[in-house]
Design a protein around this ligand. Structure first.
Ligand code: ADP
Ligand code: ASP
Ligand code: MG
Length: 389
């Protein structure tokens, strides 16, 4: 096996059709020819995962979560086999492995499982044999030996878990954007590409809803000290390096938004159990204001959360704008400027908060995109990061 192992993850849009799969095969071949040991993690082609979930939902409003995992884990397996077939045809020895075969062991939370251990023996054997390992992202095997999936965007998590287990030199997350921007470039015209960002800020951004990075992946990279390079699959861009070093305190680095949230109230009865049940249903707690919780329901595939526990009452959908920056939560002047920008822009601010590296504002869901633009304009474009706090 070569001394340096590099992990490359290709997202769904990068393998959406055979033409793009070919570009990925060429990029992998180039990395292999440079002498690196290469582990490739692939997502399902294009919108396969969403389409499979929709198929299941057309049969049942609350599909069984184990069966859903059996279904959606197939998407990544199609992509891995096609890529291995093409690489072998190019004369690059390659072997595909499912998440289970690659040794990704998870807990038993179907649809939103956490990686508890990686057993990379088989993967190492593939690399030792000089082959490129192509791994199906987003999936593992539970401690009860069932197929599990890691939540939407979970191929990032597979890549970081493997990079940590193999002590890889770095982990590339290859996508349709050239790295992490100061806001989603599809929403905010003036969004700037960031050359570097701390993993701590990146985690806050991912938790705020920026799809470009998966929350669990960033947390794992931070904890294991894995360097992430977020890059475009196509094109010469330099991407974004996500590193453990904290950036000096500054204004806002990036702004994001999420509208996959619901507000729930938890009554006094069995509060901890109720929260645990929300989590088991695939919900992720984002913010808390007194008895009210904001829960991200991206990985909830059943009926609403009231069914999770009798003390849960669901109040309806919610949207939150989040600004991220080192110690931003302590800069009350900037938080107030964000609020002013929203109010002046005609947005009703339902509630707001700030802590650590984030400031956030709850806004009406139909005003989310406009709100992200307003906060970005005021806090990222409008503030001199070198001005005194
Ligand atoms: P992949 O399938 O490659 O994992 P995703 O669709 O999950 O890609 O994530 C990439 C998308 O994330 C981009 O197309 C972009 O619209 C969106 N995005 C959201 N916030 C940001 C941001 N701050 N910087 C870059 N892209 C972002
Ligand atoms: N295919 C999965 C999804 O669409 C995992 C991923 O893309 O990372 O969420
Ligand atoms: Mg993704």
């Amino acid at each position: 096996m070569s001394d340096t192992v590099v992990v490359q993850k290709y997202g769904g849009s990068s393998v959406a059709d055979l033409e793009r799969l070919e570009a990925v095969a060429q990029r992998v071949a180039t990395t292999r020819r440079a002498g690196h040991g290469v582990v490739v993690v692939v997502s399902a082609m294009g919108n396969t995962t969403s389409e499979l979930l929709a198929l299941a939902r057309s049969l049942s409003p609350a599909p069984d979560r184990r069966e859903l995992d059996m279904l959606v884990s197939v998407g990544e397996r199609i992509a891995m086999a096609l890529l291995a077939i093409r690489l072998r045809d190019l004369g690059i020895p390659a072997r595909s492995l499912t998440g289970s075969q690659a040794g990704i062991v998870t807990d038993e939370s179907h649809g939103d499982a956490r990686v508890v251990e990686v057993r990379p023996h088989r993967l190492r054997a593939v690399l030792d044999a000089g082959e490129v390992a192509i791994i199906a992202g987003f999936q593992g095997v539970s401690t009860a030996r069932e197929v599990t999936t890691l939540g939407r965007g979970g191929s990032d998590t597979t890549a970081i878990a493997l990079a940590a287990a193999l002590d890889a030199a770095w982990c590339e997350l290859c996508s349709d954007v050239d790295g992490v921007f100061s806001a989603d470039p599809r929403v905010v015209d003036g969004a700037r590409k960031l050359d570097a960002m701390s993993l701590e800020e990146a985690l806050a951004l991912a938790r705020g809803g920026a799809k470009v990075l998966n929350e669990d992946a960033v947390r794992m990279a931070r904890d294991a000290g894995v360097e992430i390079r977020a890059v475009a699959t196509a094109g010469p861009g330099s991407g974004t390096r996500l590193t453990p070093e904290r950036q000096p305190a500054s204004a806002a680095t990036a702004v994001t938004g999420s509208d996959t949230l619901v507000k729930v109230r938890i009554g006094p009865m069995e509060r901890d159990l109720a929260i645990e049940r929300i989590r088991q249903a695939g919900g992720r707690l984002r913010r808390r204001v007194g008895e009210r919780l904001y829960v991200d329901i991206t990985n909830v595939h059943g009926p609403d959360l009231r069914h999770a526990h009798p003390s849960v009452s669901e109040e309806g959908p919610a949207a939150i704008v989040t600004a991220v920056g080192s110690s931003l939560g302590q800069r009350m002047d900037l938080v107030e400027q964000g609020t002013t920008a929203l109010l002046e822009g005609g947005v009703w601010v339902v509630t707001q908060g700030s802590e650590g590296d984030v400031a956030w504002w709850e806004v009406p869901p139909d005003a989310l995109a406009a709100s992200v633009k307003l906060v970005h304009q005021r806090l990222v474009d409008g503030i001199d990061p070198n001005a005194d706090a």
